[in-house]
Design a binder for this molecule. Structure first.
Ligand code: TPP
Ligand code: MG
Length: 331
């Protein structure tokens, strides 16, 4: 598989305040997910739980390219997306643990959370199903002329779904303001992209609809941000959809039970050592003089505090009342 070229130094440097925010937001997702993994192990989270560890640069870079009112929709590996949109870690953790104070009152769990305030439209468990919904959100933006853009995330596995191509057709036909963000983490459950995809340059998948696409190093938050700015500017100007293929990697199993027989430990270790989005970015900011060691330690402490508070809030919150079984239900 061809890797996009890593950006060349000399490093001019992004605005230090934004750079620090990138580092902090990625760290929040990493620590939140580690805590979710622990709570799962303690039996406090039930059902599905797909961790985002390794992919943090994708959502943090993309979110920074958005403007107020822009929407986000994704699949079930969604905790990072929620935190990136600014949803409260307490409400997300409470939902994971099935508590009444969670974003879906404890009735949705890991894959089904939403926030009208942060323009986050879920959280979808059916592979690829969020793609036509995201395209519909973009249609509504165009119809209402509100200037908003919809980021529609999906995986390398979902990229082989038929509904993706029906969506591409309509999005280009009607010039809808949607950025299709393909998170290519190289695996769909236990199936590698080599074993499942006839063509592996997923950014080219819109070619027969005349939708432009670009490959991006999804482990480099600044490369993601820059690509996100280009893509959102393109779609916002009325030219139609755009595809970004973010080359990324997940360190943990697909969900919480994963025998991991489809890849070697060495493969995971190599990515962690050579491409980790947080470690490398931290080192780069230190080298650039945008982040000092004491600031890094303070950020780490702050983030641990936020995550511990979220976990305490969640585990101390009540479970939903049984009457709640009959609320929020379509009849
Ligand atoms: C329509 C449908 N088929 C199969 C599944 C089972 N399934 C859940 S996740 C998954 C893999 C999807 O992989 P990818 O799109 O690469 O996303 P990732 O898990 O890597 O984030 C599959 C096959 C499902 N949920 N929905
Ligand atoms: Mg995948």
């Amino acid at each position: 598989m061809s890797e996009p070229a890593r950006r060349e130094e000399p490093d001019q440097g992004l605005d230090p305040a934004l750079a620090k925010k990138f580092y902090r937001d990625m760290l929040l997702i990493r620590r939140f997910e580690e805590k979710a993994g622990q709570l799962y192990g303690m039996g406090l989270i039930g059902g599905f739980c797909h961790l985002y560890i390794g992919q943090e640069a994708v959502v943090v870079g993309m979110q920074a390219a958005l403007q107020p009112g822009d929407q986000v929709i994704t699949a079930y590996r969604d905790h990072g997306h929620m935190l990136a949109t600014g949803m409260d870690p307490k409400g997300v953790m409470a939902e994971l643990t099935g508590r009444a104070t969670g974003y879906s009152k404890g009735k949705g769990g890991s894959m089904h959370m939403f926030s009208v305030e942060q323009h986050f439209y879920g959280g979808h468990g059916i592979v690829g199903a969020q793609v036509p919904i995201g395209t519909g959100l973009a249609f509504s933006n165009k119809y209402k002329k509100n200037g908003a853009v919809c980021l529609t995330y999906f995986g390398d596995g979902a990229a082989n779904q038929g509904q993706v191509y029906e969506s591409f057709n309509m999005a280009e036909l009607w010039k809808l303001p949607v950025v299709y963000v393909i998170e290519n983490n190289q695996y769909a459950m236990g199936t590698s992209i080599e074993r499942s995809s006839a063509t592996r340059e997923l950014y080219k998948r819109g070619a027969s609809f005349d939708i432009p696409g670009e490959p991006v190093d999804g482990m480099d938050v600044e490369a993601v941000y820059e690509a996100g700015l280009r893509a959102t500017e393109y779609v916002r100007s009325g030219k139609g959809p755009f595809i970004l293929e973010l080359k990324t990697y997940r360190y943990r199993g697909h969900s919480m039970s994963d025998p991991a027989k489809y890849r070697t430990r060495e493969e995971v270790q190599e990515v962690r050592e050579k491409r980790d989005p947080i470690e490398h970015y931290g080192a780069r900011l230190m080298q650039r003089g945008s982040l000092r060691e004491d600031e890094m330690k303070a950020l780490d402490k702050e983030i641990r505090g936020i995550v511990n508070t979220a976990a305490e809030f969640a585990t101390e919150s009540p479970e939903p009342l049984s009457e709640e079984l009959y609320t929020d239900v379509y009849a």
